[in-house]
Write a protein that binds this ligand. Structure first.
Ligand SMILES: NC(=O)C1=CN([C@@H]2O[C@H](COP(=O)(O)OP(=O)(O)OC[C@H]3O[C@@H](n4cnc5c(N)ncnc54)[C@H](OP(=O)(O)O)[C@@H]3O)[C@@H](O)[C@H]2O)C=CC1
Ligand SMILES: O=C(O)[C@H](O)COP(=O)(O)O
Length: 273
């Protein structure tokens, strides 16, 4: 580490983990990857959920740390939700950013190849393709994968592209368990009309932030923004970032006569001596 470096604030993926391993005693602020879960309960407003899945899962072609990266939906409402999302996916415009399209090429060819690897793994293991998989160069068509199971890579890995897995759950506990079994812990969201249940689920989710009835998002800059586990170290936000980049220094002036820092015990120690 260069001796001039006295603090590192980094945003990115695995690079951040390798930097943190080399950083030694340098203070760190790491905002890294995510596998943000969207937990959907039976009483959720499914139109609201579908709209948020499109916004949360497919905006910037899924290339946001805070994108929804796995949907955990109660089996009893899964068919209805998947149909609603499918209808909205069909309306997304796919093409170059110059044409103001919704889904545009992902950032690099290696990223597109990585995403394709996740899709092929899901195909081999029996996921249901809600759309036909299509790719031209780095442009990947939006794809919803239903009936994803925990043995598929897409259940755990971050595609950083327009591919969204749906895992059907039979209990809220199953959803929380999947969320917490992830290496990541950036954000998550829960959809339900029961605010008490939502708060309990939020408390149980091991993520830096939980959005209730909306897609994950960083939020305004004065909000704290942090990830747990492999998603980060520390917290961003105006005051948090200033604090992180500030060193605390204490100077104590000791007066010739007994002072507070020596405490009343100071004089009693002397008198005992
Ligand atoms: N939590 C958060 O706030 C956010 C996290 N992310 C996460 O970022 C990832 C995607 O971004 P991606 O660009 O692929 O991430 P990377 O970790 O691959 O790269 C991030 C940045 O690090 C730079 N970099 C690469 N190697 C080194 C190195 N050895 N030393 C110093 N800098 C280096 C890269 O520069 P160069 O391009 O020149 O190689 C790039 O600018 C995803 O995991 C995503 O979730 C994304 C947005 C926000
Ligand atoms: O830019 C960032 O730091 C992250 O991608 C989160 O931002 P967003 O949730 O506003 O997209």
């Amino acid at each position: 580490m260069h001796p001039g470096v006295n603090c590192i604030s980094f945003t990115g993926g695995d690079t951040g983990i390798s930097i943190s391993k080399k950083a030694g005693m340098i203070p760190l602020q790491m905002e890294l990857g995510g596998k943000d879960a969207c937990i959907v309960l039976e009483d959720a407003d499914l139109d609201l959920v579908a709209a948020n899945i499109i916004k949360g899962g497919f905006s910037y072609s899924g290339q946001r740390c805070t994108a929804i990266k796995v949907v955990l939906v109660m089996e009893s409402v899964a068919d209805a939700l998947v149909e609603k999302v499918k209808t909205r996916v069909a309306k997304l415009r796919i093409g170059p950013p110059e044409d103001d399209c919704d889904i545009t090429p992902v950032v690099t060819e290696s990223s597109a190849n990585f995403i394709e690897g996740l899709v092929m793994d899901a195909k081999d293991k029996g996921a249901t393709f809600c759309q036909q998989y299509k790719r031209e160069g780095n442009l990947i068509w939006p794809l919803l994968l239903d009936n994803v199971r925990p043995d598929m890579r897409i259940a755990w890995e971050e595609p950083f592209g327009p591919i969204l897995p749906v895992i059907r759950i039979n209990s809220v506990e199953e959803g929380i368990h999947h969320c917490n079994a992830s290496n990541f812990g950036l954000q998550g969201c829960v959809f339900t009309k029961d605010i008490n249940k939502a708060m309990l689920i939020s408390d149980a989710m091991e993520t830096g932030t939980v959005q209730i009835n909306s897609a994950p998002a960083r939020g305004p800059d004065h909000f704290p923004f942090q990830g747990l586990k492999d998603s980060g170290i520390g917290s961003q936000g105006i005051t948090n970032s200033i604090d992180m980049m500030t060193k605390v220094k204490t100077t104590v002036i000791n007066l010739p006569s007994p002072s507070y820092s020596m405490g009343s015990s100071g004089s009693s120690i002397r008198s005992r001596i």
